[in-house]
Design a protein around this ligand. Structure first.
Ligand code: ATP
Length: 236
């Protein structure tokens, strides 16, 4: 709403808790607990629309680096936009574009002690992984600082070549077999992490390219360039 009303590039809204946090495709993001960090950054990007999808990957790398610096754990990025620790989701990122703005929404389970039954098998928090409470403001400032640097480089270079190496280093599925799940399947599931993948063929994940596509190789050695808008990823 602020973006539509003309708020300036770089505006930040931080929420203590959320009653209607959302994920992709109408899914929800549990954020009622005030132990988490939930914020949105509004940008008026100086990049052309076909490059906007890259912002999600920029945000994921910024959050991942910040968690590493502040919390002393090395999380893994789940392409394109989520962050996991020990195979459980700790950060959700949602990028939404309007006509002349982009809102990057980031939700982090920071000091969260427990989760609802529906996600307790697939969600975790920084506290649950480290046993330490983290100052949310400190983590927020570090993410914004990382985001600022990466965003400026992204705008200057117009593609993601500058972060491919770093991003792939943090990619949990790098050189592993993955399932590329078509949207028809994820649309009908409340928790896509629990989808039955037995009917799908696994492909080898080779990392992202400079446009943010996930490059995968199938059993016939053929390369596929997967676009994030269309699919969900699961590690075999
Ligand atoms: P995709 O791979 O398509 O992004 P996803 O499971 O990550 O799939 P999202 O739309 O990104 O889906 O995020 C919403 C999902 O995240 C919910 O359906 C739920 O499974 C899970 N979830 C919701 N709240 C939380 C939370 N606080 N922490 C961790 N996971 C959560």
């Amino acid at each position: 709403e602020l973006a539509k009303r003309g708020s300036v590039h770089g505006s930040l809204v931080v929420s203590k808790s959320q009653t209607a946090g959302k994920g992709r495709l109408g899914r929800s993001f549990a954020s009622m607990s005030d132990d988490g960090l939930y914020f949105s950054v509004m940008l008026r990007p100086e990049v052309s629309p076909e490059h906007l999808a890259g912002l999600t990957l920029v945000a994921a790398l910024a959050a991942s680096k910040a968690i590493q610096n502040i919390c002393g754990i090395t999380p893994s990025i789940k392409w394109p936009n989520d962050i996991y620790v020990n195979n459980k989701k700790v950060v959700g990122i949602l990028t939404e574009a309007g006509t002349d703005y982009v809102v990057i929404g980031i939700g982090i389970n920071v000091n969260t002690k427990s989760f609802d039954k529906s996600i307790e098998a697939t969600a975790t928090s920084i506290y649950l992984e480290t046993g330490t409470n983290v100052a949310k403001e400190e983590l927020l400032m570090e993410i914004l600082s990382q985001l600022n640097d990466l965003y400026d480089t992204f705008v200057a270079s117009k593609d993601l070549s500058f972060l491919v190496k770093d991003y792939n280093q943090g990619l949990g599925s790098l050189n592993k077999e993955v399932f590329i799940i078509p949207q028809q399947l994820t649309l009908t599931s409340h928790n896509p992490s629990l989808i039955d993948t037995s009917a799908l063929e696994a492909v080898l994940c080779l990392g992202i390219d400079k446009d943010g596509n996930l490059v995968c190789k199938d059993s016939k050695e053929e390369l596929h360039y997967v676009n994030s808008g269309e699919v969900s990823l699961r590690t075999k």
